[in-house]
Write a protein of this length. Structure first.
Length: 354
């Protein structure tokens, strides 16, 4: 039995701008996707996700690397299997032929990413964490000793494939490497050893995530912004240049420990995200994010969504621990859910192999 895990992520600065090659700032959080893999005799494949009520489902991997479950499964069950199938298909395209015949029993668990109180995922990058843990576990189970850069690139490209080629890969980077990272978009054609830059924490900067109470579709929001790029390229470029400039300045301020300057950039970034939402017709700064920004501002903090926006999580930033505590209390009083999460210094890891 092999057990691997990978952490989730919070994007601190650079959403959308990272899609246009600006540097972005991300950190890993100690919420982990867990994957268990057991080698089976022959070429039998079995999948389980108990929390999704998918148990002991046999599947086959065809000669074209297509993953096929029983088509008699419900539409809902097949939909839940899409991400897993997409990752497996991409990975198996890259494997040596002799490794594809090894039977495997695979169980996944992403419960840590779901709010029992609100009955939904919170927006910490569960799909990326799952992908990283699964890829790392598969290679170990199949006794493939690949270098770090190659495994990371495989996870990056597998997730990109499984998600319909949407996204920058910033969540995969956080899940794989852990800690704080400066991330610039990595493309499939880039040199294989191009990696994100690990950063130390910024002294004197305090932040905390808040769950908005509703999940959001990153794919829908990113595709909506893409429509703006296609239909009104001039407006899109004007907004994106502002976001990119702020992201460059903000990441630099974080690296240099310039807390006040960093907070100013976060505030500016929030305002331009609002403009991007208005022009694209996407609710990036939705009503819930607008309300949270007002509450946080009244207490002297800075706020922005973490990720694509609309729902999921937002981030409270301050330059003082006591101020963060008072902002947190105010947010709680208004019925929102500040979350206690730790920064994960470790990325993907092998938990057990026995």
């Amino acid at each position: 039995m092999i057990v691997t895990s990978a952490p989730g992520k919070m994007i601190l600065l650079g959403e959308y701008a990272v899609l246009e090659d600006a540097p972005a700032l991300v950190c890993a959080v100690e919420l982990r996707a867990v994957v268990k893999i057991k080698r089976l005799p022959g070429n039998e494949f079995i999948f389980s996700a108990p929390s999704l009520r998918l148990n002991e489902l046999p599947f086959v991997i065809l000669k074209n690397n297509h993953v096929r479950f029983d088509p008699q499964l419900t539409a809902d069950a097949l939909r839940k299997l899409n991400l897993f199938s997409g990752i497996m298909e991409f990975v198996y395209q890259q494997l040596p032929a002799e490794k594809k015949q090894q039977g495997l029993k695979i169980e996944i668990n992403t419960d840590a990413f779901y709010s029992k109180e609100f009955h939904g995922k919170m927006g910490f990058g569960s799909s990326a964490a799952l992908c990283v843990a699964l890829v790392r576990g598969l290679l170990h189970a199949l006794e493939l000793d690949w270098p770090t850069a190659q495994i990371f690139r495989l996870a990056l490209n597998a997730h990109h494939h499984a998600q319909g080629k949407v996204g920058s890969g910033i969540d995969i980077a956080a899940s794989y490497f852990g800690g704080f990272l400066k991330y610039e978009r990595i493309y499939p054609t880039d040199i294989s050893d191009r990696l994100p830059v690990t950063l130390p924490a910024c002294p004197g900067l305090y932040f905390k995530p808040v769950f908005t109470g509703k999940s959001a579709s990153t794919t829908r929001l990113v595709n909506g912004v893409k429509q703006l790029k296609e239909k009104q390229p001039q407006i899109y470029q004007q907004i994106m240049e502002k976001l990119k400039k702020i992201s460059v300045e903000g990441v630099k301020a974080f690296e240099q420990g310039q807390v006040e300057h960093f907070l100013n950039q976060v505030h500016s970034f929030y305002n331009i995200l609002k403009e991007l939402g208005q022009q694209s017709g996407m609710p990036i700064i939705s009503e819930v994010h607008r309300k949270l920004a007002e509450i946080v501002s009244l207490e002297g903090g800075i706020y922005k969504p973490s990720g694509a926006g609309s729902g999921d999580i937002g981030l409270i930033f301050t330059d003082d621990r006591q101020k963060l505590n008072s902002v947190t209390e105010s947010v709680k009083m208004h019925g929102y859910l500040p979350l206690e999460v730790e920064i994960s210094k470790e990325g993907v890891r092998l938990e057990k192999s026995f």
